[in-house]
Design a protein around this ligand. Structure first.
Ligand code: OGA
Ligand code: NI
Length: 333
């Protein structure tokens, strides 16, 4: 059976296996009342930027950036390419849904980790692939401009990510250029497609999680869905035209020795619209050594964990069903 949500959602009510336990369901709070996620104008002075980005990262672990220099046509063309991709007939996407564990390959799946092991399935499909030039030969060939447009957008996303990391380094006191190496070597793309859902109150596009990376740059459209947990309450990240959402990743939290906070977030569905989001995850190479930066560790702020290889963490992350806190546990001091 083809398991992609997009292949069968029109014919059915919400299957049992998509219903979350009561305490995890969004319930009636699909559209939270307030939007207080900080919006940062990257055209501001450097001193102001360092201050604002640091504050946003400590208080929310997430913020939006505007005036970031990424050309608006690159953003809109990227969204348009993914709309066309997800609308392609099943036969054009079939080769991408074949199981492979080759990390260079491109995959179109609905699973997070393992469909058969998953107790509850997610109301979304996701296309994933590395953005490294060596992997472009595996990217989709349809729609026609996919490779050209997505390559341009991923170059911009990486540039933006490094710029934000520089501001964060200055803010927390980590040396200049700390991340300009194998710590941000693997840029991974995830294009999420959340089809209209028969009962958004019972299910989720993605349940509560931390992104297990350094930084995530998210491109979303005018359709809401992304929510962040702040002081025990879910708040919506309001779509703003031409903005990117930036999430502090769990690994950046570790490197900053908890001076920066990763945001726990989730995605709710809706009953009328397809929602597409494109996430660029800045990931370390598997063999990268991850540890609290020496410059943030002091006698009064001792390291929270020992050094480890990124792939050791990711192995734990998978075996702990995507729980980043549990994945870090063996390395804690
Ligand atoms: C993710 C994620 C947010 C969104 O893919 O990890 O959090 O808006 N996506 O789809
Ligand atoms: Ni996420």
């Amino acid at each position: 059976m083809d398991k992609l949500v997009s292949s069968w959602y029109k014919d059915q009510s919400l299957p049992e296996s998509y219903i979350f336990p009561p305490h995890e369901r969004p319930g009636k709070l699909l559209v939270p009342r307030c939007n207080t996620v900080p919006v940062i104008d990257l055209g501001d002075t450097r001193t102001n930027l360092v201050h604002q980005i640091l504050k946003a990262s400590q208080e929310f672990g997430v913020f939006q950036v505007v005036n970031h220099g990424v050309p608006p046509n690159i953003m809109s063309e990227t969204m348009s390419v993914f709309h066309k991709f997800f609308e392609l007939p099943a036969e054009d996407k079939a080769s991408l849904t074949v199981y492979t564990n080759d990390p260079k390959r491109c995959k179109l799946v609905t699973i997070t980790l393992d469909y058969d092991r998953e107790k509850i399935h997610l109301w979304r499909d996701v296309l994933r692939h590395p953005c490294h030039p060596d992997c472009i030969e595996f990217w989709p060939q349809k729609p026609l401009r996919y490779r050209e447009v997505v390559a341009a957008c991923s170059i911009e996303a990486k540039k933006l990510g490094l710029q934000i990391l520089e501001l964060l380094c200055e803010g927390v006191g980590i040396e200049h250029g700390y991340f300009e190496n194998e710590l941000t070597e693997d840029l991974l793309l995830g294009a999420n497609h959340y089809p209209p859902c028969p009962d958004p109150s019972l299910t989720l596009g993605i349940p509560k999680h931390f992104d297990p990376d350094i930084l995530t740059i998210v491109l979303q459209e005018h359709i809401s869905g992304l929510q962040v947990l702040k002081d025990g309450e879910w708040i919506g990240v309001k779509p703003i035209p031409n903005a990117f959402v930036v999430n502090i990743g769990y690994i950046l939290q570790v490197i900053s020795n908890n001076k920066l906070k990763g945001a726990e977030h989730r995605v709710v569905t809706n009953s009328s619209d397809h929602r597409i989001s494109v996430v660029f995850c800045m990931n370390p190479a598997g063999v990268s050594n991850i540890e609290p930066a020496k410059s943030v560790v002091t006698a009064t702020n001792p390291p929270l964990c020992r050094g480890f290889q990124f792939k050791e963490f990711m192995d734990n992350f998978y075996s702990m069903d995507g729980d980043a806190d549990l994945a870090l546990q063996p390395f804690k001091l």
